[in-house]
Design a protein around this ligand. Structure first.
Ligand code: PLP
Length: 454
C-alpha cells in the first residue's frame, strides 16, 4: 500500500536499489526513485501519489485497446486456471495458439498464412533472421546472409535485433553483429538534402539500395528489413512510393522483404496490418508484437509467406527438426489475451476510430508548429512526433544538454499528459480509443507545455 509518503519513499528506494530499468539514464533517477504507475483505466494511468495522467504513448506503443479491459483479464485468468502452460515443441499444441494463428492468417495479407510465435518484438526479429538464414541454407544459397537495415531503424535489443537497429545512441558502448548487417540511409523527408523534391529524394534512396546491392553482391544479401513507418527513430514517414519501389528492388535480386510491424500493426495506422493496406507492399515476412495483445501479455508473432513456409517445412532427414523456438512460443495465456484483444478491436471497430480521429490528431498537432522550437510535426494517424529544433530555417538542433525532449515531456506530465521524449523528439502514440475531445485536451496541454519550455 502506497498511501503514505513514507511507504512510497520506501518502495522508490527498493526500486532504485534493485531494478535495472531498461533505457534509463540513471543520473535522472534523482533522490526520489522513479514514477511508479499503480492504476490504469481507459486512456488514463495513475501514479503512486494518486496523480492521474492521459496516456499519450499507449504504455509503450502497445496498449491499443486501452487500459483496464476486464474481458482480457478474464480470458487470461480462464486460460491460466484451465491450462496455464504446456510445450508447443514437436507436435504439441494448445487451443488459443492454434486459434490465434488461424485468426492472424485471416487478418494478414493473403499470402501470409504461417505463424511463428515469440515473446515480443525483439525476439520476433531475432527469430526471423535465424529462419531467413535457414531458408537460404535449405535452398542451397548459404552465402545469402546479410540483412539490409537503415540508419535510425529500431528493431529491438536482443543481440541480433540490436544489430538491426540503426539508432547510433542505442548501441553506444554495446557491440553489434556487423558482419550480418548493412545500413542504408533512413527515409527522412524533413532532413532530406536542401532543395531536393520528395520524389527525387525517393529516387536517391532507392538508388542507394541498388548501389549497395551492387557493392555487396545480391548473392550475399538475404533480406531487407523495414518498419513501414520508422517509430522510435523519429516517426519517419518515407516518401510516397518508397516501400513499393524498395520491394521491387528486393524481388529483382531475390532479397526477402521483412516488414517490422511491431508498432504499425493492430490498428495504429487504421488497419490490422499496414504493409499492404497502407503501403501497397506484400512482404515475405511481417513481424508483430505490442498491439497484438495490447500489452496485456508478452507476445510476438512472425507471419511467414506460403512460399517461404514450403521451404522451411521441407523434411530435414532422419533426426532433423526445425530447431528454433522458445519455451513460451505460443504461450496459451498470451494467445488468449491476443484473441480477446482482436475480438474487442473488431467489435468496437477500433480501426475505424483511428481512421476517423487520426487525421484530426494530425491536423490539430500541426497547429503546434507555430511554436518557435517546433521544427516538424509528422506522422500518420495514431503514430505522431514533434521534432524540436533551435532554428526552424536551418533545422539546427539544440545542444543535447538542453534536453529539450525531456523538458517538453516533463511540462506535459506536470499538466496531466504522458508523452515520450526521445532525444530532441517527443513521440505521441496513444491508445487507439482517443476521441476528438481527448485530442483537443491533449493539444491544449502540449501547447502550454511548449510555451513553458521555450
Ligand atoms: N520493432 C519495433 C519497430 C519496435 O518499435 C520495437 C519496440 O519498440 C521492437 C521491434 C522491439 O520489441 P520488444 O521491445 O517487444 O522486444
Amino acid at each position: 500500500d502506497l498511501d503514505t509518503p513514507e511507504r512510497a519513499q520506501a518502495l522508490w528506494q527498493k526500486d532504485k536499489d534493485h531494478f535495472i530499468h531498461p533505457f534509463t539514464d540513471f543520473s535522472r533517477f534523482g533522490t526520489h526513485g522513479c514514477d511508479i504507475i499503480t492504476e490504469s483505466e481507459g486512456i488514463h494511468v495513475q501514479d503512486a501519489q494518486g496523480n492521474r495522467f492521459i496516456d499519450g504513448i499507449a504504455g509503450l506503443w502497445c496498449v491499443n485497446v486501452g487500459h483496464g479491459r476486464r474481458e482480457i483479464g478474464e480470458a487470461m485468468a480462464e486460460q491460466a486456471t484451465r491450462m496455464a502452460y504446456f510445450s508447443t515443441f514437436n507436435n504439441l499444441s494448445n487451443v488459443p495458439a492454434t486459434l490465434l494463428a488461424d485468426k492472424l492468417a485471416d487478418l494478414a495479407p493473403a499470402h501470409l498464412n504461417h505463424v511463428f510465435y515469440s515473446c515480443g518484438g525483439s525476439a520476433a526479429n531475432d527469430a526471423t533472421v535465424r529462419l531467413v538464414h535457414y531458408y537460404f541454407n535449405r535452398l542451397g544459397k548459404p552465402s545469402k546472409k546479410r540483412i539490409i537495415s537503415r540508419n535510425n531503424a529500431y528493431h529491438g535489443t536482443t543481440y541480433m535485433a540490436a544489430s538491426l537497429t540503426g539508432i547510433a545512441s542505442n548501441n553506444w558502448d554495446f557491440d553489434t553483429l556487423d558482419h550480418l548487417v548493412t545500413y542504408l540511409s533512413e527515409a527522412n523527408c524533413y532532413r532530406r538534402p536542401e532543395g531536393m523534391s520528395e520524389s527525387a529524394y525517393c529516387d536517391h534512396l532507392v538508388q542507394e539500395f541498388e548501389d549497395t546491392i551492387a557493392r555487396l553482391g545480391a548473392d550475399n544479401i538475404a533480406a531487407f528489413i523495414a518498419e513501414p513507418i520508422m517509430g522510435a527513430g523519429g516517426v519517419l514517414v518515407a516518401p510516397e512510393g518508397y516501400l513499393r519501389r524498395m520491394q521491387a528492388v528486393c524481388r529483382k535480386h531475390d532479397i526477402l522483404l521483412i516488414a517490422d510491424e511491431v508498432v504499425t500493426a493492430f490498428g495504429r495506422l487504421g488497419h490490422f496490418f499496414a504493409s499492404e493496406a497502407v503501403f501497397g507492399v506484400q512482404p515475405d515476412i511481417i513481424n508483430c508484437a505490442k498491439g497484438l495483445s495490447s500489452g496485456y501479455a508478452p507476445l510476438g508473432a512472425t507471419l511467414i509467406s506460403d512460399d517461404m513456409y514450403e521451404v522451411l517445412s521441407r523434411p530435414q532427414g532422419p533426426g532433423g527438426v526445425l530447431s528454433t523456438g522458445f519455451t513460451y512460443s505460443g504461450h496459451p495465456v498470451s494467445c488468449a489475451a491476443a484473441l480477446k484483444n482482436i475480438e474487442i478491436m473488431e467489435r468496437e471497430r477500433i480501426c475505424d476510430n483511428v481512421l476517423e480521429v487520426g487525421p484530426y490528431l494530425e491536423e490539430r498537432l500541426a497547429t503546434l508548429s507555430r511554436h518557435a522550437t517546433v521544427g516538424d510535426v509528422r506522422g500518420s494517424h495514431f503514430m505522431m512526433c514533434l521534432e524540436n529544433v533551435a532554428d526552424k530555417t536551418t533545422r539546427a538542433l539544440l545542444p543535447v544538454e538542453a534536453r529539450v525532449g525531456d523538458r517538453v515531456a516533463d511540462e506535459a506530465q506536470a499538466r496531466g499528459l504522458i508523452i515520450r521524449p526521445v532525444g530532441h523528439l517527443n513521440i505521441i502514440s496513444p491508445p487507439l480509443i482517443w476521441t476528438r475531445e481527448v485530442v483537443d485536451q491533449v493539444v491544449d496541454i502540449l501547447d502550454q507545455a511548449l510555451s513553458a519550455t521555450t
